[in-house]
Design a binder for this molecule. Structure first.
Ligand code: SAM
Length: 292
């Protein structure tokens, strides 16, 4: 059998498929399809996919990147919410025998079970041109539900990619930066302008690779408590850390414990959360755990 071809990166072929099926784009699903072969090649090479890999693709659209992934990987499972795309995917992926399409909302799919069943519970690679309206819940869902993951290589809004990799003292630094950096090492692989998509999005995009840490970079006694503290610190950016923690409905701690724990950081009691590193949030959380 001939090796199946990746045909859809070419805009003309994408237009043909869209017309053949009279497909109408659904804004609510964040549909912007890739039409640039250089970007597709870049995503595949930076995801470092080999014939040993099981890949989860989120939102295959008409199957453009899926064709590239199927050519590079051992097996691909692609989860697509829009049922209008399912017959199109059967057509565009018909020559690939290592792809399964699941018609569902990725937030409802048990990805841990999928990794167990299809990859013997070994770490999987996630690759996606994400629907931007649910970028954060998708990424956090993957990390927090302890899905075995080797890496996540994703196209996101440029601003969100920036937020994931910055440190304290910048305006983009926040709960997402800390969560991503607790679980993974992020780096931006490529910046992608709107003309690489059909239709063109209003915002610039970037491909970011998140390589899962094999060991957490900081030691935390109670991970849940640390993330509650992080969320509370950034929910009220203009307030001091102490006020943020005292006012948070998620955290129910005596005022004295909060003040005492903040003092042990040695930065004064009127500091704001946005100046703290991940290590300092871990220290703060561990001090509180011990005082309780
Ligand atoms: N991967 C394709 C590409 O690069 O051309 C399409 C990318 S498009 C930005 C996002 C895709 O995710 C769309 O096909 C959309 O229908 C799908 N999608 C949106 N929300 C989803 C969800 N909750 N679960 C699964 N797929 C979703």
């Amino acid at each position: 059998m001939n090796t199946p071809k990746c045909t859809l990166g070419n805009p003309q072929n994408t237009i043909e498929i869209l017309q053949k099926y009279q497909f109408s784009f659904q804004k609510k699903f964040g549909q912007n399809f890739l039409i640039d072969t250089h970007v597709l090649d870049k995503i595949i090479s930076s995801a470092e996919i080999t014939k040993n890999d099981f890949v989860l693709e989120i939102g295959p659209g008409i199957g453009t990147m899926t064709q590239y992934l199927a050519s590079a990987a051992r097996e691909v499972v692609a989860v697509e919410i829009d049922k209008a795309l399912i017959p199109i995917l059967s057509d565009t992926l018909s020559e690939f025998d290592n792809v399964t399409v699941i018609n569902d909302d990725v937030l409802k799919v048990d990805i841990r079970a999928l990794a167990q069943e299809r990859n013997n519970g070994k770490p999987i690679k996630v690759v996606a041109n994400l629907p931007y309206y649910i970028t954060t819940p998708i990424i956090m869902g993957l990390f927090e539900s302890n899905v075995p993951i080797a890496s996540i290589t994703i196209m996101v809004q440029k601003e969100v990619a920036d937020r994931m990799q910055v440190g304290p003292g910048t305006k983009d630094y926040g709960a997402l930066s800390l969560a991503v950096q607790y679980y993974a090492k992020p780096y931006i692989v490529a910046n992608v302008p709107p003309n690489c998509f059909m239709p063109r999005p209003k915002v610039a995009s970037a491909v970011i690779r998140l390589e899962r840490h094999t060991e957490a970079p900081v030691a935390v006694i109670d991970e849940k408590l640390m993330f509650k503290i992080i969320r509370a610190s950034f929910n009220q950016r203009r307030k001091t850390l102490a006020n943020g923690l005292n006012n948070s409905p998620e955290i129910n701690l005596p005022k004295e414990i909060i003040t005492e724990a903040i003092e042990t950081l040695g930065k004064g009691t009127s500091i704001r959360g946005e100046v703290l590193t991940l290590q300092e949030f871990a220290t703060l959380s561990n001090t509180i755990s011990k005082l309780l």
